[in-house]
Write a protein that binds this ligand. Sequence first.
Ligand code: PEP
Ligand code: MG
Length: 576
Amino acid sequence: MTKTLNGIAASDGIAVAPAYLLVEPDLSFTKKAIEDVGAEVLRFKKAITDSGAEVEAIRDVAKKTLGEEESQVFEAHLMILNDPEFTGAIETEIKNAKENAEVALDATAQNFIAIFEGMTDNPYMQERAADVRDVTKRVMAHLLGKQLPDPASIDHEVVVVAHDLTPSDTAQLNKKFVKGFVTDVGGRTAHSAIMARSLELPAVVGTETITTDVENGQLLVVDGLDGSAVILPSDAEVTKFEAKGAAFKKQKAEWRKLKDEPSTTADGKHFLIAANIGTPNDMTGVKDNGAEAVGLYRTEFLYMNSSDFPTEDDQFAAYKAVIEGMDGKPVVIRTMDIGGDKHLDYWDLPDEMNPFLGIRAIRLSLKNEAIFRTQLRALLRASAFGRLCIMFPMIGALGELRKAKQILKEEHEALSKQGVKIGKYEIGMMIEVPAAAILADQFAKEVDFFSIGTNDLIQYTMAADRGNDNVSYLYQPYNPSVLRLIKHTIDAAHAAGIWVGMCGEAAGDATMFPILLSMGLDEYSMSATSILRIRSEMKRIDTRDLAGLADKAVNESLTNADNEQLVADFMAKHSK
Ligand code: PEP
Ligand code: MG
């Protein structure tokens, strides 16, 4: 039976493929006394053999589809499965305690994990704790007769279905086979949605029930244009969605003709359109979509995609690659924004009640100076290779900005003394905490530029978690309260003679765009895939028609919807 679920359109496009459930089964178990210990040991040995065969198969597919490096983790898993110290300890436990294999496996694994995690002076061994956890899960699943999802083993086209996808899950999706994804929870500006846009994967989030409604292998449509998912579509529906997907592709082909055109309005005014990136690999999208700058490089993905802190040299290589790749065009690199929904497996941070209000971004950097200084040195060294703008995230108080600048200055001086070549660079900050927007006139005296992060600015202004679909109705970019903060920031920047951009998702929003243009925003940085659509819209607007639009939006409109209407009326009347 066909079933349609409505959610939030998180990334444009249409995909039709069988569902692949990325959902962990329930691995809870009960304790049982065992009489036939020999048979229980055999049952355990079989679970080990089956797990080993499964890991070998996954490793082989991962090697082919993801590459040698990504498949290494499975070698580590095989080593544990073949390690007599580990398996022998479990067998002994079964024999001694006369308990079922699940209990022995769990108890022994906990011991091993505690020992590895205690090796605080040996980060390599500490990381083995994660491997033991993974292997234990797999063996447990075999003992309980359950199946674990294995995204690395996907070798045919699928639509991934998950309760939620973390940014690191998203990073591991193999675009060759994963054609789109649908989740129970999430918001348009959650990081997995942002990544889906840069991967050009159609995505719908916040459907609430997709993981229980669809079964593995059932045909599934993802409509990332209107935010719906259709389970077991009829042939007629498949044809309809395929036609919709084809029309969208055709529209994209039209936009693509603007790739090498300058970003100018109908009356010839130029405004910079830039791209947001997460890794140097995203540079292909930057080039293909004709970005005039990189307006936000989210460096935390460099940390998230590795199994330990990236070294200064690793970071230097990544930053240099992006800076050089832009051939002298500006590149805004933001210092790491870990915390909130972005975690590192290898960094044990305190559990917090409200991670988005907790130790995140610059707060974490200032508390962990050694890690921060390593990143700043890498940035300073990379500055010699092009036009670098260094940006600090989540600044809320002047003291934070001054401290960050002071540390940057110290590292600059130390490197200069060592004779390291450092280029010219600008220093800027994100405006994403309402306190900073309100005090923008003061902050503007201390930086070279601002970049407005609307994803967080909206979440903090409306007090609505950006990843929580229950409050996604409060993601209101055109709400006059949000627009007042934005306008105040732009006016303050211009009064102080500095440039101001926007790198939140609202910068690539077609309704927001005329309002921002009317406010005089200088730079618009967005997912690379939004660039050509906005460039096409820019060409249809004459800035002389914009007079008064921003004032109306902040002073006369009362709601988000009022401003949607305001822009629709404006475009209907003035669009060229
Ligand atoms: C923002 O908050 O708008 C932003 C660009 O930063 P991030 O999405 O990485 O939090
Ligand atoms: Mg942010």
